[in-house]
Design a protein around this ligand. Structure first.
Ligand SMILES: *[C@@H]1O[C@H](CO)[C@@H](O)[C@H](O)[C@H]1NC(C)=O
Length: 301
């Protein structure tokens, strides 16, 4: 309070010495919260008229200015240093937009509107860490064959969580209706909020929110929330398929081994019979040759 009065006095004195006017309106400091990487607009709430002067300062640096006179329409926007390609001023209203905001842009912004009187406005831009999108998982920990009623009741336990947050509220909604919420102001490694549902539809959402912005996750409840029995059945099906494949692979390997062995034996037998046959052939061909000779001799002459 003392600090505020001090600033107020300083400002008043400064302005009086400069303009020599008493018509100074000083409004309280407006706090503007913004998430890192977002853009923020500081509104003048006026339309710039002829003979007006708009001056924006950040700390002690003049960052934007409009001077509008009969013959003159002067516009200046700083495009340097930490504000390079980040500042935009609306020429009609003098409202200032800071894009892709980072921690270096947080602090006190002062607006001085000089017309017939001088109006001062102050904005404290406060930066918040980017919000992660919440993660929703199905909690199967209560799901076992022994849990009573598990197979008959369509109950589903969901767990929504976010990591590395502070000053947030984590909530479950069904449509627009708030079901439950939890908030933290201290930095939190992981913030979780469970939800047990019996009605399976996709209108649930988990929202992590700062006071000024939020991130929402719409879980696919109907996909996530198979009943426990279905879950077990699914597991069984996967198990069955896997074992069937293993069995098949086993059979193929055995079959290949048996085949190879048979082939090997067959090969031996074949070799043996071929040997025998070769011997027989020799006898046969000798005989055949003789026969041929016997027959062929008379036909040649
Ligand atoms: C989330 O933010 C949007 C605007 O960005 C707002 O319309 C909505 O109501 C907010 N939702 C919650 C749950 O705060």
């Amino acid at each position: 309070m003392i600090l505020y009065d001090f600033i107020f006095l300083m400002n008043l004195c400064g302005l009086i010495s400069v303009s020599g006017l008493f018509g100074v309106e000083t409004h309280g400091v407006k706090t503007v919260s913004v998430m890192e990487g977002d853009s923020v607009t500081l509104n003048t709430d006026i339309t710039v008229q002829t003979e007006d002067q708009i001056l924006w300062t950040f700390g002690s640096v003049q960052i934007a200015e409009i001077i509008k006179k009969e013959q003159l329409n002067f516009v200046f926007v700083l495009n340097d240093g930490i504000f390079k390609e980040k500042l935009h001023m609306d020429n009609n209203t003098g409202s200032l937009t800071i894009g892709n905001i980072g921690s270096e842009h947080s602090g006190l912004y002062q607006l001085q509107i000089s017309s017939s009187k001088v109006l001062m406005k102050r904005f404290t831009v406060t930066l918040y860490a980017p919000l992660p999108i919440p993660e929703v998982i199905r909690d199967y920990s209560h799901c076992s064959t022994s849990s009573p009623g598990c197979s008959s009741v369509r109950k589903c336990l969901l767990l929504c969580s976010v990591v590395n947050v502070r000053n947030v509220t984590l909530s479950w909604y069904k449509g627009n209706r708030l079901l439950s919420s939890v908030n933290v102001s201290e930095p939190s490694i992981r913030l979780s909020l469970p939800l047990e549902i019996t009605c399976l539809d996709d209108s649930y959402s988990c929202v992590v929110a700062y006071s000024f912005t939020n991130r929402t996750k719409h879980p696919r409840v109907t996909e996530l929330c198979l009943t426990c029995l279905e879950h077990l059945r699914q597991a069984l099906v996967i198990l069955a398929i896997t074992s069937a494949f293993l069995m098949l692979a086993f059979i193929v390997v055995i079959a290949l081994m048996v085949c190879r062995r048979l082939k090997c034996n067959q090969g031996k037998e074949k070799a043996q019979t071929e040997e025998k046959m070769e011997n027989a052939d020799i006898h046969f061909s000798k005989q055949g040759a003789q026969d041929m000779m016997c027959v062929s001799v008379p036909t040649k002459e």
